[in-house]
Design a protein around this ligand. Sequence first.
Ligand SMILES: NC(=O)c1ccc[n+]([C@@H]2O[C@H](COP(=O)([O-])OP(=O)(O)OC[C@H]3O[C@@H](n4cnc5c(N)ncnc54)[C@H](OP(=O)(O)O)[C@@H]3O)[C@@H](O)[C@H]2O)c1
Length: 265
Amino acid sequence: MSLRGQIIAITGASSGLGQHLAEQAASQGMHLSIMARNHSKLHVLAKKIGGDVLVFSGDVTSEDDCKKFINATIDKFGSIDHLITNAGQSMWTNFDEIEQVDLFRKLMDVNFMGVVNCIHPALDTLKKTSGQVVVISSIQSKFGVPAHSAYSASKHAVEGLIDSLRFELQSSKINFMIVYPHWIRGTEMRQNALGSNGEKIGNQKRNHNKSSVSAEDCARNIIDALPKRRKSLFIPGKLKYLPALKLLLPPVFRWLIRSKIKSQK
Ligand SMILES: NC(=O)c1ccc[n+]([C@@H]2O[C@H](COP(=O)([O-])OP(=O)(O)OC[C@H]3O[C@@H](n4cnc5c(N)ncnc54)[C@H](OP(=O)(O)O)[C@@H]3O)[C@@H](O)[C@H]2O)c1
């Protein structure tokens, strides 16, 4: 099925994965609506892409901003076929090093409420188009990992939300696809991650391990999966075995996760 002419709304499009998703959606001939807080970065992207892109500056933690984003998209294009909730923020600090637990509130606000805030006002239009919600989650929605307690918890919360919505909206023909990427290269996630004092940790050099995936490849996988209306997408595919490993061989699972996190510190 061709994506040409379909309408896609993407949050967190000012950098990283979201930016690549926007570029690749546009290259498929989709009508594009993009949101993030950084107005100038969105405009640079829209100019690069060309054509009639809706640029909306807003914060996903604001219910009002998300409503306006969805309504502006419908006003401009008539409806929405695909909503990608991609905006997100991470952390790099152990729980007992966190100075104020407000860090949890901040990450829940972006990674969980940001998803709720965007899906809720989009439901009516998605019901009419039999559209789909694509949630950019993380393999950390399946298990927690060291130094990421609040991030893992926020992604678990999204998993629970989508499970419930699948039941409640079974007859609506809205598809919910959850994307579980590995570490992604070429994004600003690391520098935007919150440290023990609740502030962004800023630029830190690190070498991604070989199993990480580039933002461009990750975006290509996701855009390719849109017409297939999948329920889940693990990138790379072998990640889907990790939850089973946790159940079947817990000591091996824990050793693997500890060594992966150590290699990223
Ligand atoms: N990088 C990885 O290794 C990795 C792995 C698995 C999953 N993911 C997931 O992939 C998604 C994209 O992350 P990324 O790696 O591309 O990181 P990124 O380069 O830091 O991009 C994050 C995007 O989210 C936006 N954003 C953050 N807070 C926001 C807010 N309150 N309101 C609106 N937009 C907000 C940022 O834009 P503004 O700052 O302009 O608002 C930016 O466009 C996230 O959901 C992340 O959890 C990433």
